[in-house]
Design a protein around this ligand. Structure first.
Ligand code: BEZ
Length: 219
């Protein structure tokens, strides 16, 4: 089991761009690894196509994207054209690699199996996992969706924006936050420190009289 803050496993894999060692492939970038039950499946196709459309947004944030699906490289390569046509982005080449995991070895190691969803042979499917990994190779986000629910990759970008902002400043992002909206000062910042760090601070008055909701403009 990989927990938040753990170094993400450095696995070897066959991919659509050839063999990789995960940490070497990541280099100094942030990374998103997201998994799929199988190739040529409808929900997966919509998800991979959405990531094709959003790929420039990931690149802008210094994030490398890689998908995993439980089929071979050969099958993946045949699927890529469908995904690109579905995305409506006929760019040259596919913008990110797909890992082959035919025997579900990696899916099992990374605990991505959904025991309740099975294929036609009765074998448990790989769920829709999303992992965000930072440049120090630490896992910063882990979400596991059931095979029947497609993910929202705008939300993944929103979390990356929050992580990158909160790594730089002593802030946290509130419910439904979007970039450029106000953020919260972290509770560990003292009342003395807050005045110098966040001169544009506003404190929300609450019945308890405790001044714990301290808002400041996006740093
Ligand atoms: C799909 O990608 O459409 C899918 C895959 C496995 C189970 C259910 C849906």
């Amino acid at each position: 089991m990989v927990n938040l803050g753990d170094v993400f496993p450095n696995f070897d894999a066959e991919t659509t761009i050839g063999p990789i060692k995960f940490h070497d492939w990541l280099g100094d970038s942030w990374g998103v690894l997201f998994s799929h039950p199988a190739d040529f499946t409808p929900v997966c196709t919509t998800e991979l196509a959405r990531v094709v459309q959003l790929h420039p947004e990931f690149t802008k944030r210094g994030v490398k994207v890689i998908a995993l699906s439980c089929d071979s490289v050969e099958t993946h390569k045949k699927w890529l054209n469908d995904i690109q046509v579905y995305a409506g982005c006929a760019s040259e080449g596919f913008p990110y690699p797909l890992i082959a995991d035919e025997d579900r070895k990696l899916a099992t190691t990374l605990q991505m199996i959904d025991p309740d969803e099975r294929d036609s042979d009765g074998i448990p499917l790989t769920a829709r996992a999303v992992f965000v990994i930072d440049p120090k190779k630490k896992m910063r986000l882990s979400i596991l969706y059931p095979a029947t629910t497609g993910r929202n990759f705008d939300e993944i970008l929103r979390v990356i924006d929050s992580l990158q902002l909160c790594d730089k400043h002593k802030v946290a992002t509130p419910v439904d936050w979007k970039p450029q909206e106000h953020v919260m000062v972290q509770p560990t910042v003292s009342d003395e420190e807050v005045k110098t760090l966040f001169p544009l601070l506003t404190i929300v008055a609450l019945p308890s009289g405790k001044n714990y909701i301290r808002k400041t403009p996006h740093p």
